[in-house]
Design a protein around this ligand. Structure first.
Ligand code: TYM
Length: 310
């Protein structure tokens, strides 16, 4: 039988990237998988503290995330929805796994490398002056905890957005390596640890509205860069209106040359895939439309679906 596991950090109300890249897919799986499939969705509070957090704020965010998961349609009657820190076995398995995880592999993870590359390695939330030596062990071993989350439940499938693909590959290889060390003769039928498969959302990478070559992210300091699933019609209109586009006339789909416009087209397409067979096709339908009209259409579509689906 299939076992589905995924997680989300409680670091604020989910945005459209979280929704289209993960949460909506979780709800679809929950509603469409056959009865035998088990589903686990975790609010990964232990991952959230890899950067400095305010305790009161984090407590609030955990509750908001739980409410958000219910709002997008996850149901405790069908899915197991839980705080990661309430199951101590996540941390225990992490320790065991960290004894076979290689430092070399971990140091090649892009999330880690991007933190290394920050001006003085500080997170926006951490005002203390730092150098490389001040980077935290928990941030380095973040993917090992993520692997423990997944492997603990003998997960077969993990629905996520593209930014998690590398962590998923790490979890797979860690499982395979662990099996090789501790159960070299097992005949594959009942592996010690189950190497998980990724289910990549069709909307695998939603881009920032203000900087469309970067992914939409909870940590961006500019609130106009993202739409939250709780934003009302007015706020959605304003944010889409200010979305960075370009000065090329008309609508066309080209992620390299027109990242902003392409992101907007993607938003409509992924919000409602019945509108066209691909973003390219959708762009053709919009041929001759002004960018102002495109933005109105985006705001309308996003608002309608968020309103209906959450
Ligand atoms: P997190 O909390 O950053 O994001 C939760 C989910 O949202 C997806 N996502 C996006 N998808 C498309 N476009 C975007 N702009 C975008 N931004 C976020 C992410 O791909 C993710 O699926 N490390 C994980 C949490 C985690 C986890 C796990 C996931 C911990 N343990 C075990 C799966 C399995 C994270 O930080 O996700």
């Amino acid at each position: 039988p299939r076992v589905i596991f995924s997680g989300i950090q409680p670091t604020g109300i989910p945005h459209l990237g979280n929704y289209l890249g993960a949460l909506r897919l979780w709800a679809t799986l929950q509603n469409e998988e056959d009865e035998q499939t088990e589903l686990f969705f975790s609010i990964v509070d232990l991952h959230a503290i890899t950067i400095k957090q305010n305790a009161k704020q984090l407590q609030q965010w955990r509750k908001e995330m739980l409410a958000s998961l219910y709002a997008v349609g996850l149901s405790p009657e069908r899915s197991t929805i839980f705080y990661q820190s309430s199951v101590p076995q996540h941390s225990e398995l992490m320790w065991i796994l960290s004894c076979t995880a290689s430092m070399g592999y971990l140091s090649r993870m892009t999330q880690w490398k991007s933190k290394l590359a920050l001006p003085n390695n500080t997170s926006p939330l951490d005002p203390s002056p730092t150098g490389k030596a001040a980077l935290k062990l928990g941030l380095f071993s973040y993917p090992v905890l993520q692997a423990a989350d997944i492997l603990l439940y003998r997960t077969t499938h993990v629905p996520v957005g593209e930014d998690q693909a590398q962590h998923l590959e790490f979890a797979r290889e860690l499982a395979i390596g662990f099996n090789h060390v501790y159960a070299p003769n097992s005949k594959g039928n009942v592996p010690l640890l189950v190497p998980p498969q990724i289910i990549m959302s069709p909307a695998k990478r939603v881009m920032s509205l203000t900087n469309p070559t970067k992914k939409m992210s909870k940590s961006d300091t500019d609130e106009k860069s993202r739409i939250l699933i709780t934003d009302n019609e007015n706020v959605i209109k304003k944010k889409i209106n200010r979305a960075l586009t370009d000065s090329i006339e008309g609508v066309s789909y080209d992620r390299e040359a027109r990242p902003g416009v392409s992101n907007l087209i993607n938003l409509i397409y992924h919000m409602d895939e019945s509108v066209a067979s691909s973003p390219e096709e959708l762009a053709k339908e919009f041929d001759g439309m002004s960018l102002k009209a495109l933005k109105e259409k985006v705001a309308e579509t996003v608002e309608m679906h968020i309103h209906d689906e959450t």
